[in-house]
Design a protein. Structure first.
Length: 179
């Protein structure tokens, strides 16, 4: 789950099945009662009809949690990103970062760092399109050491400099789910 609409869809499916939940968060659901095999299957079908998937594999769940934490920090937090993602992920998920990074790469075929960079670039595009911050403020907000570092990474990913992107006013943003 990567959006509030996803959380709403999950809540709706749980309510349809008469299941009581404590938490429905991005990538995680805590249900009060034990769930029968039949209800689990109905939940799985209901979620699929909304374009969502019920995950039961522990490794897949851990990878989804990694993605959810990164997406939450980059796209849904108004705080300035001033954290070390590796330390933050390790602390949040109670796993050694090397284990998380190896698992992620093995299953996803790309690194956590690449995932973070692609999401940071999408967030930078969004901030530039809204035109509320200048590039220096965006670099600071997204925790780049300098505007030059942001520009270099932006160009490597998009093929455009940030200033050229802004001039074009091309809305070349991708949906979070497509990254």
């Amino acid at each position: 789950m990567v959006s509030n609409r996803c959380k709403i869809a999950v809540r709706d499916e749980l309510k349809k099945l008469g299941l009581h939940f404590i938490v429905v968060d991005l990538g995680e659901v805590e249900i009060m009662e034990d769930i029968t095999h039949e209800k689990r299957e109905l939940l799985k079908i209901g979620l699929l009809s909304s374009g969502l998937e019920l995950m039961e594999d522990k490794k897949a769940i851990l990878i989804e949690k990694i993605k959810t934490i990164i997406i939450e920090m980059i796209h849904h937090s108004e705080e300035v990103i001033k954290i070390n993602f590796s330390d933050f992920l390790s602390e949040k998920l109670n796993h050694n970062y090397t284990y998380l990074a190896n698992l992620f790469s093995e299953v996803q075929g790309s690194t956590i760092e690449q995932f973070i960079i692609s999401h940071k670039i999408e967030r930078i595009k969004e901030l530039m399109i809204y035109d509320e911050l200048n590039i220096t403020e965006i670099a600071w907000k997204m925790n780049y050491s300098s505007v030059a570092h942001l520009s270099s990474q932006f160009k490597k990913v998009t093929g455009l400099s940030p200033s050229h992107f802004r001039q074009l006013k091309v809305k070349r943003r991708n949906a979070i789910e497509e990254l």
